[in-house]
Design a protein around this ligand. Structure first.
Ligand code: 7PM
Length: 278
């Protein structure tokens, strides 16, 4: 797994790395209306690369709890220009955050080197599309759908159930020709989970390592950290770093974050003390 080939760009996962989040939705890099300001969006990505990101995750569909779905065309209009520009401007791999097979295909054609799917390639045609594209994929667990998933999340044993789901998705992907070395898994913090469920998953994260796929986590600024600290999203940096450090200590190899520089510094310290002498 250590070295991934992301559409011709290497991603070295022999040490834990930072994935920077680039949301290209009208509420982020908007020009005041419904269009994305390309220069502002690409400048943010260049900054994340300078700050130590190993990969940048580009998303044009809002997957937050309660979000309304957007069309494939709308998603492509948002992300493709950004991917095309960043492919030229940066050397690091880019990831496309989408659940739609047609967006996956066009994004990889434009230069994306990884597929990050909060729906774990469950959409019709998604596994086949990802397999044909020959890029690494991240399979995330979600209970329910974004619009309603936080209404009444229920599990008997959240760690066992999320793990069983990911094991089954890995099997489906392998059956469609995606090699296991190309698969990352993600317990999906906040996606159809209460605070107790999220804490159980973080506590039990090391158990996900024996799925035979690298573990990716997204904890940055999430509402579980708001519940623990009483802070608003923009005040959750310290909590986010603590969560990232704990996740890496429990075996995560990719941490998806908003605050790249600060998280990269934290991981530099963790990485210096990791291995057989921790
Ligand atoms: C509001 C609430 C806006 C939550 C955005 C979000 C993950 C992801 C997201 C994750 C993977 C966020 C989420 N979260 N992809 N996409 N793992 N693989 O905090 O945890 O960015 S959207």
């Amino acid at each position: 797994m250590t070295m991934l080939n992301c559409n011709g760009r290497p991603l070295d996962l022999s040490v834990p790395v930072v994935m920077g989040i680039l949301n290209v939705t009208p509420d982020s890099f908007s020009d005041g209306g419904r269009y994305i300001d390309l220069d502002t969006a690409t400048a943010a990505a260049r900054r994340m690369a300078e700050d130590g990101a190993a990969i940048i995750d580009i998303g044009g569909e809002s997957t937050r709890p309660g979000a309304e779905p957007v069309s494939a065309q709308e998603e492509m209009d948002r992300v493709l220009p950004v991917i095309e520009a960043l492919r030229e401007q940066l050397e690091l791999p880019l990831s496309i955050d989408t659940s739609k097979p047609e967006v996956m295909t066009e994004a990889v054609r434009a230069g994306a080197g990884m597929i990050n799917d909060v729906n774990a390639l469950r959409a019709p045609g998604a596994v086949e599309a990802a397999s044909a594209l020959s890029v690494p994929v991240c399979l995330m667990h979600m209970q329910g759908e974004p619009r309603t998933m936080q209404q009444a999340p229920r599990y008997t044993d959240v760690v066992a159930e999320v793990k069983a789901f990911l094991r089954q998705r890995i099997r489906q992907c392998e059956a469609a020709g995606i090699p296991r070395q190309h698969i990352l898994v993600d317990p999906g913090f906040g996606f159809g989970k209460t605070l107790e469920h999220n804490l159980a998953l973080l506590r039990g994260l090391s158990g996900f390592c024996d799925l035979g796929a690298g573990v990716l986590v997204g904890l940055s600024r999430k509402s579980m950290l708001g519940m623990l600290t009483g802070r608003e999203a923009h005040e959750r940096l310290a909590a986010s770093i603590a969560a990232a450090v704990l996740a890496v200590e429990r075996g995560a190899v990719v941490v998806r974050v908003h605050d790249v520089a600060e998280t990269a510094d934290a991981l530099a310290v963790v990485n210096a003390l990791t291995g057989n002498q921790l």
